[in-house]
Design a protein around this ligand. Structure first.
Ligand code: UN1
Length: 490
């Protein structure tokens, strides 16, 4: 099987190919046409040429195109989910959720075709009218990760399209097969050539060329903090708009009065779902002393029961991690944790699942100290650190001290504590009596501190980075009216 790049409405071969393997069994999944720097120019030219007619397609009709994409995604949901699992390993139920998130986004943004709201406001002169409207930004470059290979790109693709932009998308080289299959859906829906282009390549060259291309006005990136910072630097130098979604070190706070069963269910799901490879995955459990013992007992018991394996098997709870490098990185953090004096309750080693694949045993650490490597660094794997605290205030302080600020949850049945936490937790997402994962697409998604750069994805907030405000004043008085001057006596 070979997947190709998509430029100006055509699937194009590369001079070279690279490969994508299934992380559950290391079998070759597909050969992938490798884009080169010259393809960036071709794709940007195509996107630039397609921009005027896409921009002038009335937004409600652009919206209908998105509804069509949504309909096709619905029809193909199972097929895409299976490919997604084979490409990056998440269990099939989660792969279906990943595709469902894109379906939700398609319809939500389709509806924006009849909104894209601007506003009018009174003006200070008689016989004059003022309004603010959204213009598309132009050609946009999207760079996305492998952990949500359909959902996360959809947070960028649909708002960019509904606003009238044209796109060059560079997905992670870990998930090219599902990326190409996703683009095919847009082609099948009848999206005009050049509006949406796909470039796949390993390494940094193609991404860098896209970031630096003078015709690419907006960059939207989700991925590592290191790459995000480099993109931000380039964007600053080149005066481009850039939206960044980077690391997380998300915490679940558990108060003494919490519902223990719920805490165990939710923590297991938030920490080990997607094998801990969500930006929103819980990697810290900040637990009040009075309930800590019971929480640990419940978690150890349940963690041991989790079934590892190929995500296509519906009985499997936890799939592989993405690749060998990830496996080594995770284990390295685990060893650092042990050296720092944290105590392993369960896991802490690679797992043997039929001798193949990149499996890591879900791992619980106890006695983790605030400020230690384990507590501070994003591990992006199935490792949960337990930190004991005395009070809500201390829990919030430990939470907010993190260099990241994406998602925090609190478990309590006390409404006063819940509202205090909602007010004082400083992250982009806050959950009450629910784990740190599971954001819905109609609300803004993103984080504070090292997680982001002030932008939000999803919800109507997603439109901000892909549009430019244009303020329009119409003076129908027939004479010169000087604002701030002519209507003032003093
Ligand atoms: C991510 O981890 O990058 O809120 C996205 C969630 C999902 C999306 C996660 N809806 O966990």
């Amino acid at each position: 099987m070979e997947f190709q790049n998509y430029i100006n409405g055509k699937w194009v071969k590369g001079r070279k190919t690279f490969q994508t393997i299934n992380p559950a069994n290391e079998a070759l999944l597909a050969d992938i046409a490798q884009a080169e720097i010259s393809d960036v120019d071709l794709a940007v030219d195509a996107a630039k040429k397609a921009f005027p007619s896409w921009r002038f397609t009335p937004a409600p009709l652009r919206g209908e195109m998105l509804y069509k994409v949504g309909d096709l995604l619905k029809q193909k949901k199972e097929e895409l989910a299976q490919l997604l699992t084979r490409d990056m390993g998440k269990v099939i139920a989660e792969a279906r959720g990943d595709v469902q998130e894109a379906i939700d986004m398609a319809y939500f943004m389709g509806g924006e075709g009849r909104r894209l709201l601007g506003y009018t406001a009174p003006v200070e002169m008689p016989n004059k009218f003022g309004m603010a409207v959204r213009d598309p930004a132009g050609v946009v470059g999207l760079i996305t990760p492998w952990n949500f290979p359909v959902a996360v790109p959809s947070w960028k693709i649909f708002p960019a399209l509904i606003a009238g932009n044209t796109i060059i998308w560079k997905p992670s080289p870990e998930t090219p097969a599902i990326s190409a299959a996703f683009v095919k859906v847009f082609e099948d829906a009848g999206l005009p050539p050049g509006v949406f282009n796909l470039l796949m390549a390993p390494g940094a060259d193609v991404g860098r060329a896209l970031v630096e291309h003078p015709e690419v006005r907006v960059l939207s990136f989700t991925g590592s903090t290191t790459t995000g910072r480099a993109i931000a630097g380039a964007a600053a130098r080149l005066n481009k708009k850039v939206s960044l979604e980077m690391g997380g070190k998300n915490a679940i706070i558990v108060m003494d009065d919490a519902n223990l069963e719920l805490v165990a269910d939710a923590t297991l799901w938030a920490a080990f779902g997607t094998t801990g490879q969500r930006c929103t995955a819980a990697s810290r459990l900040i637990v009040q002393k009075g309930i800590a013992g019971r929480v640990k007992e419940a978690l150890v018991e349940r963690t041991k029961k989790l079934k590892l394996g190929d995500g296509l098997d519906p009985n499997v709870d936890v799939g592989p991690v993405i690749n060998k490098v990830a496996l080594e990185r995770i284990h390295n953090y685990v060893q650092i944790g042990q050296k720092e004096g944290a105590r392993v309750l369960v896991g802490a080693s690679t797992a043997d699942v039929g001798g193949k694949g990149f499996f890591y045993a879900p791992t619980l650490f106890d006695g983790v100290k605030p400020g230690s490597t384990l507590e501070a660094e994003e591990i992006f794997g199935p490792v949960l650190s337990i930190i004991e605290v005395e009070s809500l205030e201390e829990a919030i302080e430990v939470n907010n001290r993190s260099k990241y600020g994406l998602s925090t949850s609190i478990f309590t049945q006390d409404i006063n504590r819940a509202f205090t936490a909602m007010r004082d937790i400083f992250t982009g997402l806050v959950y009450v009596n629910h784990g740190t994962t599971g954001a819905e697409i109609q609300f803004p998604f993103g984080g504070v501190r090292g997680t982001g750069n002030g932008h939000r994805e999803a919800g109507q907030a997603a439109l901000e980075v892909f549009t430019e405000w244009k303020s329009i004043y119409v003076d129908y008085s027939g004479k010169l009216q000087r604002a701030q001057i002519d209507n003032r006596k003093e």
